[in-house]
Ligand binder design. Structure first.
Ligand code: ZN
Length: 160
């Protein structure tokens, strides 16, 4: 069975940056299971997996535009500390939910200087080329309920 729109796909994967450092990987006994073609994976990886089958191994390099997007300087904002009501100690590395003109977004505090807090709303992997090693462990058809929900049920999937 080959991977097509609405296949349920199970993969083992390792994601490395350009220096070869591992950014993310699936645990050996806990592969990732997802519903194909519904935007559950980044677009570049879904495109590479399309038409492949169980047992196939892939090495793919995905450009930022097909991954988590290009780095956007406009998402870096400097805000007064007093705007962060209810946050007691603001430190670099801290994640915050903020309201932006594009709706609520998770931002990371990158700098605190006096009363000014610099936050970055880019995805941590924005602007990065993504090097995936993927092994396809399984492919099956989705159930009617999975198609209705837009995600996978059972091992490796969501539970309701
Ligand atoms: Zn569900």
């Amino acid at each position: 069975m080959t991977i097509k729109q609405d296949s349920v796909v199970t993969i083992h994967y390792t994601l490395k940056d350009d220096s070869g450092e591992i950014i993310d990987e699936s645990a050996p006994d806990h592969p990732l299971t997802y519903l194909h073609g519904r935007g559950n994976l980044i677009p570049g990886l879904e495109r590479e997996l399309q038409g492949k089958q169980a047992g196939d191994k892939l090495n793919v390099a995905i450009a930022p535009a097909d991954g988590y997007g290009d780095y956007d300087d406009a998402l870096v904002q400097r805000i007064p500390r007093r705007a962060l009501k209810g946050v007691s100690s603001v430190k670099p590395g801290m994640q915050l939910r903020t309201q932006t003109e594009h709706g609520p977004r998770t931002v990371v505090v990158t700098r605190v200087t006096g009363d000014i807090v610099t936050v970055d709303g880019n995805h941590p992997l924005a602007g990065k080329k993504l090097n995936f090693e993927v092994e396809i462990a399984g492919v099956r058809d989705a159930t009617a309920e999975e198609l209705q929900h837009g995600h996978v049920h059972g091992p490796g999937g969501h539970h309701h």
